[in-house]
Design a protein around this ligand. Structure first.
Ligand code: ATP
Length: 425
């Protein structure tokens, strides 16, 4: 068996797409007499600064001679890859290996590429050690992703599906013609086997990209039949070709358990803590709060829900100092960018200055450790008053809406969480 990995063929402005290239390569391999057993679409560390958009890498499991596969990959890539864009740096890795015999170091490399930041030399050293074929263009940074995609089958144990429909190539760059009502109806019919097809509250068909490029829409879900039937119900301009990928999208595999005093840049975490400050909406509509270590230790991290996370910010604004939470997201510039959080316990009471029974006004402090007094009425109270807080949040998990979901982040509706969930759709 041969596994070919591909990455970094696209450009933000000019719009190509490595999934499209992989789909064309699969067709070329079939035309050359090979069989394509699987197509994998792997999302790597979303914190990588070189990514065009979603940090995707692709792999095909095929049965054609590795040298032949490398030649076919180069022949497909060279005319299409946007190497004129200084940020595009394509790479191909071809391994002569059965998917269930992928060496441990390669599987480990995949895990690191999903959770850490790597250098091209890390990929080149390992490719040399295991003796895989490889080729790079314009620096060949894409070999990091290409090697990670090669190792994915051994590194990952949770898989979801995406069926991608591609436009006719000559239509790329023109507005996409899709009957939105058909998208919303189809999304409703197959939810939750297929998820993140639309954002109902924002009335946005999130399966249709905004960027230039050949993708017309991509339907994601747990069940390959559901994504395919859903796609069939969408009324649109002609589809040139479509492909179904096994993916690690919607799995949260980028997250690692972490502690507030031990967070590193460029990694994504799940962290327990206690809310320290009232959430504050800053310029641009971003909502910040400070999270402290759960044991009261002297460590804290700023957490943010950015403006594009829309109604999720209202959930974050619902937090209060003293609430115990688990937060998930990537740490960049010392700030944790929230993807989801779980409320573990809510502070239900707070202490305030007592009010006077006589006049209904706030009492004044009577001096240190002397309680409170109302000077007008002469009434007094020995200490602050405990009042019940009205809380809008409940125990359990809250998430960003589909329109703001990172490809790799797990929608709550997929289940498997350790507390009740409050899914967005
Ligand atoms: P699109 O979503 O449009 O497919 P992209 O977001 O996948 O684009 P790429 O153009 O593939 O972006 O760029 C990502 C680059 O980062 C590739 O060169 C890839 O090899 C590299 N890369 C991937 N994972 C890591 C990592 N963990 N550390 C360092 N570099 C990485």
């Amino acid at each position: 068996m041969t596994i070919v990995g591909l990455d970094d063929t696209d450009s933000r402005e000019r719009g190509m797409c490595t999934t499209y290239l992989a789909t064309r390569l699969a067709e070329a391999i079939a035309d050359a007499g090979g069989r394509v057993h699987r197509k994998l679409l792997i999302r790597l560390n979303p914190a990588v600064e070189h990514k065009t958009r979603g940090n995707a890498a692709l792999a095909l499991h095929v049965d054609l001679d590795p040298e032949r596969v490398l030649d076919l990959a180069a022949a497909e890539l060279e005319p299409l890859a946007e190497t004129g864009d200084p940020r595009t740096s394509p790479g191909v890795v071809v391994a002569d290996v059965a998917p269930d015999a992928i060496p441990d170091p390669v599987a480990n490399f995949t895990r690191r590429a999903i959770r850490d930041l790597l250098e091209p030399r890390d990929a080149l050293a390992l490719v040399g050690d295991v003796g895989y074929l490889h080729r790079g263009w314009a620096g060949g940074r894409g070999r990091i992703g290409a090697l990670a995609a090669v190792g994915a089958w051994a590194a990952l144990d949770e898989w979801t599906y995406e069926q991608i429909a591609y436009r006719r190539f000559d239509r790329c760059g023109t507005p996409r013609k899709i009957d939105e009502a058909s998208v919303f109806d189809a999304a409703e019919a197959f939810y939750p086997q297929a998820w993140d097809t639309v954002d109902r509250a924002e009335a946005e068909p999130v399966c249709v990209p905004n960027a230039p490029g050949p993708i017309l829409y991509g339907i994601r879900g747990d069940d390959p039949d559901a994504v395919s039937e859903l796609a069939d119900r969408i009324e649109s301009e002609p589809i040139e070709r479509s492909a179904t990928f096994l993916t690690n999208q919607g799995t949260d595999v980028h997250l690692r358990a972490g502690a507030i005093d031990d967070l590193r840049e460029g990694r994504a975490y799940c962290v327990d803590g206690t809310v320290v400050t009232d959430p504050e909406t800053r310029r641009g509509g971003h909502v910040f709060f400070e999270l402290g270590a759960p044991d009261g230790a002297d460590a804290s991290v700023d957490c943010v829900a950015f403006e594009p996370t829309k109604r999720f910010r209202d959930r974050v604004r619902g937090l209060s100092p003293g609430d115990d939470v688990t937060v998930c997201g990537e740490v960049t510039d010392g700030t944790l960018k929230l993807e989801k959080f779980a409320v573990r316990s809510l502070r239900r009471q707070t202490e305030t200055t007592p009010t006077c029974d006589g006049c209904g006004r706030s009492m004044k402090s009577a001096g240190r450790d002397q309680g409170y007094r109302c000077r007008d009425c002469g009434t007094s109270a020995s200490g602050p008053e405990t009042v019940e807080l009205d809380r809008d949040l409940a125990i359990g998990w809250y998430e960003v809406p589909p329109c703001a979901r990172r490809h790799i982040a797990k929608p709550l509706v997929r289940g498997g969480f350790d507390a009740p969930t409050h899914p967005e759709r």
